[in-house]
Design a protein around this ligand. Sequence first.
Ligand SMILES: [Zn+2]
Length: 130
Amino acid sequence: MNIPAQDPELVELRQLIRSGSSPDSPYLIQKWLHTESCCINRRGMEPCQRCSKERQQNHFEQQFYLLLDTISDELIDPQWRCLCLDYIYRPLHTLHQLIENEQDRAHWLQLRHELSVCSHYVAAGLNQPR
Ligand SMILES: [Zn+2]
């Protein structure tokens, strides 16, 4: 099976997003979320008809955690972290669409909980006067 995640362009995109080195280029996040996929047959954020649920969960969870790590990183430009916070709901939303049983649901709630703890903490930090 083709694994486009190893595409050098995607590797670079992920590094750009994680490093927050281009805080004035929000299109980078859109481009990454649109380009990176579980397989070459799928585009965008809709669930894929071809890949297994596990493969897709793994894929969207990696996107979720890359954004969560960036949001939590205090060395990164606050504007960029806020952007990542705006976009992290996309993989979370697709993961929600992939829920098939109680175990999936419990796992999804755990991810959402991690995000709410993180975003609460980040929002408090970002609102502090400098
Ligand atoms: Zn797929």
